[in-house]
Design a protein around this ligand. Structure first.
Ligand SMILES: Cc1cc2nc3c(=O)[nH]c(=O)nc-3n(C[C@H](O)[C@H](O)[C@H](O)COP(=O)(O)O)c2cc1C
Length: 366
């Protein structure tokens, strides 16, 4: 019997997931194929491929995974941007995409240290329109302690507990970002991140961008292991029954959207601290370097047993966001500076891995 028919039968009985069958259904709904790159990363013998298989586990906006690598020259990686993987509505100038590229580069460098390889990075060797970087591997590095966190780092998108971020941990993270724990400042940022999120979700074309990038249920996630994964078994079930559709998701006045907003609002407010990364300039190089710092910060957060989630909406450069963008910059930066990243920080339930395209699909001339 097809899954759909089984469900219809269960629905006919008035229960969506019967207790006895539910566990088995949940277990079979894990998008195992899409998550395989997390398990495979450490299995590569070739040190360059091993480093790249770790690099692609980097955080990146909307999980677009905007990277490609050319392995045409031995011991060298040319890192390119896949220009089909952009976010024209929410990231019209590709600022976030370049931050994601910086995260990829840094994760590669950190992972390479585990096999004793140093990586010399030539960033934007042909200017802004050429490769993002050329990386040359050579022997002679010792292991970066952050490397051990790569396979354990995940964005923590749930509510955080009320436990404060201890001053010594905030101090440790201050090596990378500004950590905000003062209650009045935290409260103002909870409100700002929430208001900005509401604008992104209630603006038709930015919402549609997210809907188009949504992968609903195991089958879609495995087929396109990127974007915004909706893996919750009940959503998978409703979707396969036709009781959840993309049209419903686009209805900003519907009950579904109210539920989503309430859940996201709760998370914005269940936040004991925030972190901010500001740069003086805003060139492509500045954005890439910001990404490299953000990668180190993210791994350090994992190492401290904390969780973090970027909250980028107030930093987005589309017209409807301009008020929140201005407020973020007025409160977090000096005139002329750019806030590259703003995030929640705290203790939450264990975050889970998100899908990735396998390394082999990202390689050219390899
Ligand atoms: C530049 C940048 C911006 C991001 N903005 C957001 C955001 O606004 N909201 C969010 O939930 N996650 C955001 N993220 C996190 C990504 O959604 C996340 O890294 C991606 O889905 C992969 O998941 P993972 O970090 O758990 O591996 C951002 C990440 C980067 C690098």
């Amino acid at each position: 019997m097809s899954t759909r028919r089984k469900f219809l039968k269960v629905l006919g009985g008035g229960v969506i997931v019967a207790a006895a069958g539910g566990g088995a259904f949940l277990a079979t709904r894990r998008p195992t194929k899409a998550l395989a790159p997390w398990e495979q990363a450490a299995g590569y013998d070739d040190p360059v491929k091993r480093a790249l298989a770790h690099a692609l586990l980097a955080p990146n906006p909307h999980n677009r995974q905007p990277w490609l690598v050319d392995l045409g020259v031995e011991n060298q990686v040319t890192v390119l941007r896949d220009e089909t993987r952009e976010l024209p509505m929410t990231d019209p100038f590709n600022r976030q995409i370049f931050i994601g590229m910086g995260c990829f580069l840094e994760n590669m460098v950190i992972a390479a240290s585990q096999t004793g390889h140093a990586v010399e990075l030539d960033i934007l060797p042909e200017g802004e329109n050429g490769p993002v970087a050329v990386a040359r591997f050579s022997r002679g590095a010792s292991e970066d302690p952050l490397a051990r966190q790569i396979l354990h780092r995940h964005s923590a998108k749930e509510d955080y507990t009320e436990a404060p971020v201890e001053p010594e941990k905030a101090e440790a993270l201050s090596a990378y970002v500004r950590v905000i724990t003062r209650p009045d400042e935290v409260q103002a940022l909870r409100e700002l991140t929430w208001r900005a999120l509401e604008v992104e979700l209630m603006t038709e074309r930015t919402l549609q961008e997210s809907i188009d990038l949504s992968r609903i249920g195991k089958r879609e996630i495995n087929a396109n292991p990127d974007g915004i994964e909706m893996r919750e078994p009940h959503l998978d079930a409703l979707y396969s029954l036709g009781l959840l559709t993309r049209e419903m998701m686009a209805d900003t006045s519907g009950a579904g959207m109210r539920g989503v907003l309430n859940r996201l609002k709760a998370a914005c407010f269940a936040t004991p601290a925030h972190t901010v990364l500001v740069t003086d300039g805003n060139t492509r190089r500045d954005q890439i370097e910001a990404g490299r710092v953000w990668m180190r910060y993210s791994l350090a957060v994992t190492g401290l047993g904390l969780g973090t989630q970027p909250m980028s909406q107030a930093l987005q450069e589309f017209p409807e966001m301009s008020e929140h963008y201005a407020q973020a910059h007025a409160t977090l930066a000096k005139p002329g500076q750019t806030v590259q990243m703003l995030a929640r920080l705290g203790y939450g339930s264990a975050a889970i891995p998100t899908p990735r395209w396998p390394l082999e699909t990202r390689i050219m001339n390899g």
